[in-house]
Design a protein around this ligand. Structure first.
Ligand SMILES: *Cc1c(COP(=O)(O)O)cnc(C)c1O
Length: 375
């Protein structure tokens, strides 16, 4: 059996054609193609405004910054995520306050949030882990009660829904990622979705040096002198990225359906293997199907990872909980044992290859290898 990569992107002829057009155009930077992608993503998501940025990490930071989250503030988030989630809070000088995960989904446990609210709490930053959307109706009523903002880490979740609600619809803003292994990708890239026009305007300025007009504004419209009313950053998506994303966005639902069949096939093949559990998807959730994870006995986990690697199968661990990283322990006094559900999942989880180009016979091989590794 050939190597089964952890991820294989789906950039093909159409994307290369779009990219070539951009490379032959005047605007390599933020221009008409970025604008078109922003409009199409906002239509797809049902969000008023989308702004392209260079990563989801930058997007999360920009939303928090535009909400005026700063030193002395606290932001409640999940320790069971990629470190970028909590890092974006640190960039604002604020403190990430972790709340343990739901043992089944790994998403932030909504029942534990209220206990973590203090007078310093300004916002809640949920993560739609693997593509399973947090119950945003429940979370938004909780946030309203305590007068808190919500910023969504939706790096995994473009296609997902809970109760028909998509990411970015019931929050101040959501950040999406187009990193190399995400459902649609430009290698690196991101976007923010916002429903508040004023907040979107602030982020548009913050994403490009704090300038009141960007290069496309100056070049294609009547020349105006720009002002710099605030110190901004350099996080603007550019047309080369957008060119790669347009067609992938167009095909996103078609590819979701392919992945749904592969997801069901995985579940069917894994059913009955006693030591392997697939996390249940709550009813009312449409999974974006970003990652496919299984849980195995913690004592065997690392050995299984190595055995799968030896068979040429790409694997990952999503995630080691953030509070276990030394910086977070040193700086905030977080310790092992503080978030037992997150730690338990962190010790037992394995992410298997999962993408629309994966073949059923590759899944057969993966499952067979997993069985062998358990012996
Ligand atoms: C990938 C990822 C990010 C960061 O996305 P970038 O676009 O690489 O900045 C943030 N949060 C989660 C949960 C992710 O998986």
């Amino acid at each position: 059996m050939k190597k089964i990569e952890f991820y294989r992107h789906n950039i093909g002829r159409e994307e290369i054609k779009e990219l070539t057009k951009v490379l032959k155009s005047i605007f390599l930077t933020t221009g008409p193609v970025t604008k078109r992608f922003e409009e199409e993503l906002s239509r797809y998501m049902g969000i008023k405004r989308v702004l392209g940025v260079t990563s989801a990490t930058a997007g999360l930071f920009l939303i928090l910054k535009a909400l005026d989250i700063k030193e002395g503030d606290e932001v409640i988030t999940s320790p069971f995520s990629f470190v970028a989630t909590a890092n974006s809070i640190l960039y604002c000088g604020a403190k990430p306050v972790f709340v343990d995960a739901d043992p089944e989904t790994g998403n932030i446990d909504l029942n534990l949030i209220e206990k973590a609210v203090t007078p310093g709490t300004k916002a809640i930053l949920p993560v739609h882990l693997y593509g399973v959307m947090v119950d945003m109706k429940k979370l938004s009523s909780l946030a309203e009660k305590h007068n808190l903002k919500i910023v969504e880490d939706s790096a995994h979740c473009i296609e997902g829904e809970t109760d028909g609600i998509k990411a970015g619809q019931l929050s101040s803003g959501a950040a999406f990622s187009f990193y190399a292994t995400k459902n649609i990708t430009s290698g690196e890239g991101g976007a923010v979705g916002l429903n508040d026009e004023a907040l979107a305007d602030r982020i548009k300025v913050l994403r490009l040096h704090g300038m009141s007009a960007d290069a496309a504004d100056r070049y294609t419209k009547k020349f105006i002198q720009y002002d710099v009313p605030v110190v901004g950053y350099k996080y603007n998506m550019f047309d080369i990225q957008a060119a790669l994303l347009l067609n992938q966005l167009k095909l996103i639902d078609k590819r979701w359906k392919i992945k749904k069949r592969l997801y069901d096939y995985y579940c069917q093949k894994l059913a009955g293997i006693e030591e392997v559990k697939v996390p249940k998807i709550p009813a009312r959730v449409k999974h974006s199907l970003h990652l496919f994870t299984v849980r195995v006995p913690p004592a065997k986990r690392d050995e299984i990872l190595w055995k799968l690697q030896q068979k040429g199968i790409g694997v990952a661990v999503n995630y080691k909980p953030i509070h276990l990283f030394s910086y977070y322990q040193k700086t905030f006094g977080y310790r092992q044992g503080m978030f037992p559900a997150a730690e338990q999942i962190g010790k037992s989880t394995i992410t298997l290859p999962f993408y629309s180009r994966l073949k059923k016979k590759e899944i057969d091989h993966i499952v067979r290898s997993l069985k062998d590794a358990l012996l």
